[in-house]
Design a protein around this ligand. Structure first.
Ligand SMILES: Cc1ncc(C[n+]2csc(CCOP(=O)(O)OP(=O)(O)O)c2C)c(N)n1
Ligand code: SF4
Ligand SMILES: [Mg+2]
Length: 285
């Protein structure tokens, strides 16, 4: 038996018609089916926002955490049971704003999780305020004089030593599915920033706006994603041309690989000895 798209059918999405999140949901399901990952082998953890609703629309193990908090929950799940595939899902506000500190240190520690960030450059659920990735000068109710300069999430990821850094576009779900597959296959922290048009609140960064600018890195013959300096340069590129594809690969042991206690048996299957645990706690006090 193999996994089919039907195995993943969840609730009916409540996103606006035309929302970029649909392209991401389609790509994710395609990637899971092509990798033959069964719903019971997968946990998707999300935060709060339009992106945070994604796990509701799939039938698998899910955990809807707090705003900005999916990464620590996902990291804990992976530490407890490294046999599971663990995906964390955020919006740009959830991931790079409220959850920025968790994101930064999870990349540095190299937790073996895949992080999908639906980047619509706006706080969509709360009706259109500026987010950390809103372009300079972007006017909203909270930024009447225009937003300050945005963060460059991929540059931060390269600097923090994430082991896989990529960008996809919700308007090209086949290409995006390929990137999700690569992210899931990487053993370590995989950041996949996804350009996701919000048709209701972001009337600047539209499908057309992105389509005119995105280009695929794999079509650049001499681009080498293991070169950190080249990756950093690409990660800062934003404006007339925006690269999508795999920007950076930094093969190194994940934190789970570094713990001797996790090497052979997942923590969840190990025998719990309360006497030993109490002894350790008393020693630490
Ligand atoms: C601690 C906390 N602060 C603020 C909020 C209100 N809030 C809910 S969603 C959201 C922004 C979501 O933006 P983003 O993460 O970009 O997701 P999107 O809706 O754009 O997908 C905010 C500020 C909250 N729920 N919890
Ligand atoms: S408000 Fe924007 S992000 Fe939210 S469902 Fe509608 S189009 Fe999508
Ligand atoms: Mg957003």
């Amino acid at each position: 038996m193999t996994v089919t798209l039907n195995d993943y059918v969840g609730l009916q999405p409540a996103w606006c018609p035309g929302c970029g999140n649909f392209g991401i949901l389609t790509a994710l399901k395609k990637a899971l089916v092509e990798l033959d990952i069964y719903p019971h082998q997968l946990v998707i953890v999300s935060g709060i926002g339009q992106a945070g609703k994604l796990p509701h629309y799939l039938k698998c193990n899910t955990f809807n955490s707090l705003h900005g908090r999916p990464v620590p929950v996902a990291a804990g799940i992976k530490m407890a049971n490294r046999e599971l595939h663990v995906i964390a899902v955020s919006g740009d506000g959830d991931g790079y704003g409220e959850g920025g500190n968790h994101w930064l240190h999870a990349m540095r520690r190299n937790h073996d999780i895949t992080y999908l960030v639906h980047n619509n450059q706006v706080y969509a659920l709360t009706r259109g305020q500026a987010s950390p990735t809103s372009d300079t000068g972007y006017i909203t109710g909270t930024t009447p004089q225009g937003a300050p300069q945005p963060v460059h999430p991929l540059a931060i990821a390269v600097a923090a030593g994430a082991s896989f850094v990529a960008r996809g576009f919700a308007g090209d779900s086949d290409h995006l599915a390929g990137l999700i597959k690569l992210a899931l296959q990487n053993r370590g922290f995989s950041l996949l920033d996804i350009l996701q048009p919000c048709v209701s609140f972001n009337h600047i960064n539209t499908y057309d706006w992105y389509k005119k600018r995105v280009y695929k890195l794999e079509e650049e013959r001499d681009y080498n994603p293991v070169d950190a300096t080249a990756a950093f340069e690409k990660a800062l590129q934003w404006g007339d041309r925006i690269p999508i594809g795999v920007l950076y690969i930094n093969k190194r042991p994940s934190i789970e690989d570094s713990f001797a206690a996790l090497k052979h048996t997942p923590l969840v299957l190990q025998k719990h000895d309360p006497v030993k645990v109490n002894g350790l706690i008393n020693k630490a006090l």
